[in-house]
Design a protein around this ligand. Structure first.
Ligand SMILES: Cc1cc2nc3c(=O)[nH]c(=O)nc-3n(C[C@H](O)[C@H](O)[C@H](O)COP(=O)(O)OP(=O)(O)OC[C@H]3O[C@@H](n4cnc5c(N)ncnc54)[C@H](O)[C@@H]3O)c2cc1C
Length: 626
């Protein structure tokens, strides 16, 4: 959102001193307060995040269709840590973060891992590190194989393109790194600004050199062949050199529409349903500004669209009576629709860092923290020229590797997986239909282990630190509402490393990280390993390090998965919740299985496709005519 619009929103809200509802500017300067809200909306979207704003924007392209978006967080104030690419991620841990933590993780020796999630207009697209990549064709084709017709790479490609307005790299960067992009794979009319950083940290050249020395190909991730190395675009504006989030992309371009309403600082507390003639239908949405505040509500004419993210969407369904009756009983919620799969299949990419110190005269990204003079110069350069270190969120070159590219143990691990039981990945209270659906995932994961077109490990080079990202974890967990109140944080057990195959895959990753730093290109930086440390070599010691140090890559997904109901699906392939009329989910929770990619780009594509599905429905067409 532009600075001027934000300031006018704030001053208007203060001037009108609205008592209960922190309002948002609408209708060219008019503020929506409780009194201004319509009693009924065609569509009510829960969550003004990455997916929610995308869908709300597209649905309001038809002026007769009115949409209300309800967001728990507030607007940002264009703080540096939100807008400047080089400071990306800085909003994690602030008031723009829900500040929740995964539950104590058995596979991590009982550690609790914090999991940042955006609580802000723009959602997690305001907190993230701006890495804007697609997964491979095999990742999305796998969604279709799991029973989701039309959900494959070819079916998603138009939506990856619809989302983006791609700008090729600057001439200097393109020439220095020989970056070539086939524009036919990119969008040029979307709202999301994507481009490459105009500055790469100097040791990027070293990691590219080492990649080539290892015989790993360098491809273009946009083609569906996100395998090997690739130069990674970021969601940043090439002119202002600032973050392009769902706020700038999908809010700013819809805000003047009379039919697009957003209300902030309000947490949706319940999806209101009515049972008649055996069918359950959504009739309204209840919300409040705090646990103790009076509940308010709006009526839903066509549909409620849930876009609260992978941790909060299942919780909202559960507190509304949609879920596993056994769980709902423990939190004193009456079951409205029996759907035990809600909250299950939660998974996330595992992060593990192998750290080396470097002995080089090249400038490294740590200088921004350790060298005040350098940091001040970088800031001046950014402010005056929009150039230099602060224009890069880092991660300008990434590796996505099949198991056989990074390890010699492919057949041993594949045999271990084949001999193992799928149930080793699942919590003990997994409902039978979820276990059945996971059996199919397990078979697909086993195929990925031996495939050449499926990446198992990501490598992010951070000036000596080799970050490993486990892309197709076997382990699964679940999200459970902690009480009947949405204001109590959900219990999210991500189940990291529940299945020992995940440990074996990371162990091979550590061996590869060591091989990588001993390769021409990196050796000239004189790396010395400090974590886990060169003396940590036995499987037992490496495994202990993995369990002690693994964390999250911030990609929770899958907790209301799309799939057949008898295989643990919560939504069908039109993203409609089973057993409830007028209810869809459009966020990261519907992914049946994570792609080998950072998740934002896929969330946008899913949301763009969801909007098209909704626009094709009879209810939407009827609303257009009213
Ligand atoms: C720190 C961090 C770094 C990341 N880095 C990257 C990266 O570099 N590249 C990448 O591709 N991905 C990255 N991701 C992941 C990516 O940003 C997310 O997968 C994606 O944004 C999720 O979109 P979503 O729509 O599912 O949820 P969100 O964008 O999180 O939106 C959910 C919205 O719903 C709101 N909400 C929740 N509950 C309620 C309620 N009850 N009532 C009202 N509102 C509610 C939330 O406040 C939020 O605004 C990162 C994420 C984080 C947190």
């Amino acid at each position: 959102m532009s600075q001027i619009a934000k300031l006018s929103a704030l001053s208007l809200a203060i001037a009108l001193s609205i008592p209960e509802v922190s309002a948002h500017p609408l209708f060219s300067g008019k503020v929506v307060s409780r009194a201004d809200l319509l009693p009924e909306y065609d569509y009510v979207v829960v969550g003004a995040g990455t997916s929610g704003l995308t869908v709300a924007n597209r649905l309001t392209e038809q002026k007769n269709v009115n949409v209300l978006v309800i967001e728990a967080g507030d607007l940002d104030k264009n703080e540096d840590f939100v807008t400047i690419p080089g400071l990306a991620g800085g909003a994690a841990g602030t008031k723009y973060d829900w500040n929740v933590t995964y539950t104590a993780n058995e596979g991590l020796g009982g550690r609790k891992v914090p999991i940042p999630q955006g609580k802000i207009v723009g959602g997690s697209s305001k907190l993230n590190r701006l890495i804007f990549d697609r997964g491979s064709k095999s990742d999305y084709d796998g969604w279709e194989s799991l029973g989701n017709k039309g959900w494959n790479f070819a079916g998603l490609l138009p939506y990856f393109k619809k989302n983006e307005k791609f700008t090729p790299p600057t001439k200097e960067i393109a020439a220095q790194y020989d970056i070539k992009n086939d524009l036919k794979n990119h969008g040029d009319k979307g709202y999301m600004q994507t481009t490459f950083s105009p500055f790469f940290w100097p040791t990027t050249k070293n990691i590219v050199k080492a990649t080539k020395a290892l015989g790993i190909p360098i491809n273009d991730q946009a083609t569906g062949n996100a395998i090997g190395g690739f130069f990674c675009p970021h969601n940043q504006d090439p002119v202002t050199v600032t973050r392009s989030s769902a706020d700038e992309a999908y809010y700013d371009t819809a805000v003047k529409r009379q039919n697009f309403h957003v209300i902030t600082g309000q947490q949706v507390s319940r999806i209101v349903t009515k049972k008649s003639n055996g069918a359950v239908k959504v009739t309204g949405i209840e919300f409040a500004s705090s646990a103790s505040a009076k509940r308010q509500s709006v009526k839903v004419k066509q549909e409620a669209i849930i876009a609260a993210g992978a941790l909060f969407t299942p919780q909202l369904l559960q507190v509304s009576g949609i879920g596993d009756p056994a769980l709902l009983k423990t939190i004193n919620v009456t079951t409205v629709v029996e759907l035990p799969a809600v909250g299950h299949n939660l998974h996330d990419h595992v992060l593990l860092a192998v750290a080396n110190t470097l002995n080089t005269t090249l400038i490294t990204s740590g200088s921004l923290r350790s060298n005040a003079t350098f940091a001040a110069e970088a800031r001046k350069q950014y402010d005056t020229e929009k150039k230099g270190p602060l224009t890069s969120p880092t991660g300008d070159f990434l590796l996505f590797l099949p198991l056989q590219t990074y390890s010699n143990a492919t057949s041993a691990i594949a045999s271990q997986a084949k001999a193992g039981k799928a149930s080793a990945s699942l919590p003990s209270d997994t409902p039978p239909e979820v276990a059945k659906g996971y059996q199919a995932q397990y078979a697909s994961l086993n195929e990925k282990l031996v495939a050449k077109d499926s990446a198992i490990l990501e490598i992010i080079w951070g000036d000596g630190t080799v970050i490993l990202g486990l892309q197709h974890p076997y382990s699964r967990g679940s999200v459970k509402a902690a009480s009947s109140s949405v204001f109590d944080a959900p219990l999210a057990d991500v189940g990291f490393l529940r299945n020992p195959i995940d440990v074996a895959l990371l162990r091979e990753g550590i061996h590869f990280a060591r091989r990588l730093v001993k390769t021409e290109g990196i050796t000239e930086l004189k790396p010395v390993e400090v974590a886990p440390g060169a003396n940590v070599t036995s499987d037992a010691d490496l495994d202990a390090f993995i369990r002690r140090s693994s964390s999250t890559l911030f990609h929770p997904a899958g907790s209301c998965k799309m799939g057949p109901k008898d295989q643990g699906g919560v939504v069908d392939s039109e993203l409609k919740v089973y057993g409830v009329e007028g209810l869809r989910i459009v966020d990261a929770s519907v992914m049946p299985i994570l792609p080998a990619a950072h998740t934002m780009t896929t969330v946008y594509a899913v949301a763009e496709k969801a909007a098209d599905i909704i626009r094709g429905s009879a209810a939407y067409k009827a609303a257009c005519l009213e």
